[in-house]
Design a protein around this ligand. Structure first.
Ligand code: SAH
Ligand code: SF4
Length: 398
């Protein structure tokens, strides 16, 4: 469904009440808001810790459920804040167990702005469950093989909206205390959590929404909250070089690079950001990535495009140029989408390419496409949210 705007008959709708978004704040920010609503100074630390635990460990989305907080305080909290979990517009389950949600967010701090839709994907495997999270609605970049790249940037997601995708997925998958695993799905074996890993590989370029993404990553890794290991969180970038070192320093998460070509001439075409930061600069930033070691390698993603970047000579050049960088190589069979100009390389060609990569010492480099039947595979994500014209935005703002 596209966002249909009917602004003809109601130009001045009653403004919805403004409340502050609670998800995404850090402890100090929650603390100062509690002071503002009149809580005594000596309670602030304890109340902040309680709220934190309810939000991120117990996964509650309603202040009424915070039973160790006095009723009148709960009421004051509800007046001041919103726990802005997304609404589920659709949930689809693939024959291979991959699950895709279309989540809708309304910004509680700008309640008269139209809501935005994003896609989030869950990929279960026997030993892990990976959640693919979006960072933007649409993308400013226009990589030729990517469906998201055809959707103009509508807006950045807030930190709370990014972490809200993780909370909502965990709720649906029965990951919070007292939750139940879905009967129609596959989850990792044993008593482990359904969501063990997060990849920032959904819609958008995470390093073009730096502050919000950083905050969200810190929340996911927070030891008293969602508590995912930094080794199990991966940020994928098309190559925003000036922010690569910074995200490593400030969050310690794993890095993935959407490389896709070994020559600047071709990469300029496929991943146009390469014109700004060419391959040599990108690889230099990779060599300097904080904490890089054989135990903490960078993943290089390489989409297999028939007759474009899939020759054996390209494979040889790929392993040559990555020499000396602790790396994994991930060959991604191209996932088609309506109107895409590329084709996926033939399986034989992918094998030939993979052989060169294997011989150079990189293990199992081909990523099996998951969730293609529900359009959930890499690069197939896109929502119908559209960027409004200035006139439409002004009309909505009243
Ligand atoms: N903007 C970030 C993260 C999102 S894209 C980035 O570009 O890295 C996640 C991964 O899917 C990237 O490696 C991207 O290049 C790849 N991808 C995009 N479209 C694809 C498609 N149609 N088939 C296979 N992989 C694709
Ligand atoms: Fe944006 Fe990544 Fe898609 Fe390129 S591949 S258009 S950077 S989401």
């Amino acid at each position: 469904m596209s966002v249909a705007l009917d602004i003809s008959h109601d130009r001045h709708p009653a403004p919805a009440p403004k409340r502050q978004a609670l998800l995404g704040l850090d402890r100090a920010e929650i603390g100062s808001a509690l002071t503002e609503i009149g809580l005594p100074e000596k309670q602030i630390r304890m109340r902040t810790a309680q709220i934190w635990n309810w939000l991120y460990v117990n996964g509650v989305s309603d202040f009424e459920a915070m039973t160790n907080i006095a009723k009148d305080v709960r009421a004051r909290l509800a007046e001041r804040f919103v726990i802005q979990r997304p609404e589920i517009v659709t949930e689809q389950v693939s024959t291979d167990g991959t699950r895709k949600w279309l989540f809708r967010f309304t910004d509680p701090e700008n309640p008269n702005q139209p809501p935005v839709d994003v896609e989030t994907v869950y990929i279960p495997e026997s030993d892990r469950g990976t959640l693919c999270v979006s960072s933007q609605v649409g993308c400013t970049l226009t990589c030729t093989f990517c469906h998201t790249g055809t959707q103009k940037l509508v807006r950045n997601l807030t930190a709370g909206e990014i972490v809200g995708q993780v909370l909502m997925a965990r709720e649906r998958l029965g990951d919070f205390p007292g939750g139940e695993r879905p009967k129609d799905g596959i989850t990792p074996k044993g008593g482990t959590r359904a969501v063990t890993n997060v990849v920032m590989m959904g819609m958008g370029e995470p390093l073009y929404n730096y502050e919000n993404v950083k905050r969200a990553l810190l929340l996911m890794a927070d030891g008293e909250g969602i508590s995912l290991s930094r080794r199990r969180i991966t940020l994928s970038t098309s190559g925003v070089v000036p922010f690569i070192d910074k995200i490593g320093e400030e969050t310690g998460v794993m890095l993935a690079i959407s490389l896709h070509a070994v020559r600047d001439e071709l990469r300029n075409e496929l991943v146009p950001i390469n014109k700004k930061w060419p391959i040599a600069e990108l690889l230099e930033a990779c060599r300097n990535y904080p904490g890089l070691s054989n135990a903490k390698r960078i993943t290089f993603e390489y989409v297999m495009l028939k007759g474009v970047n899939d020759s054996v000579a390209d494979a040889r050049e790929l392993v040559r140029m990555l020499d000396g960088i602790p790396a994994k190589i991930n060959l991604i069979p191209f996932n088609p989408w309506p109107g895409s100009e590329h084709e996926c390389s033939d399986w034989e060609q992918i094998e030939k390419f993979a052989d060169v990569v294997n011989l150079a010492g990189y293990a199992s480099p081909v990523r099996t496409p998951r969730g293609r039947d529900i359009f959930a595979a890499c690069g197939q994500l896109k929502s119908e949210s559209e960027r409004l014209s200035k006139k439409e935005r002004d009309a909505l703002a009243g």
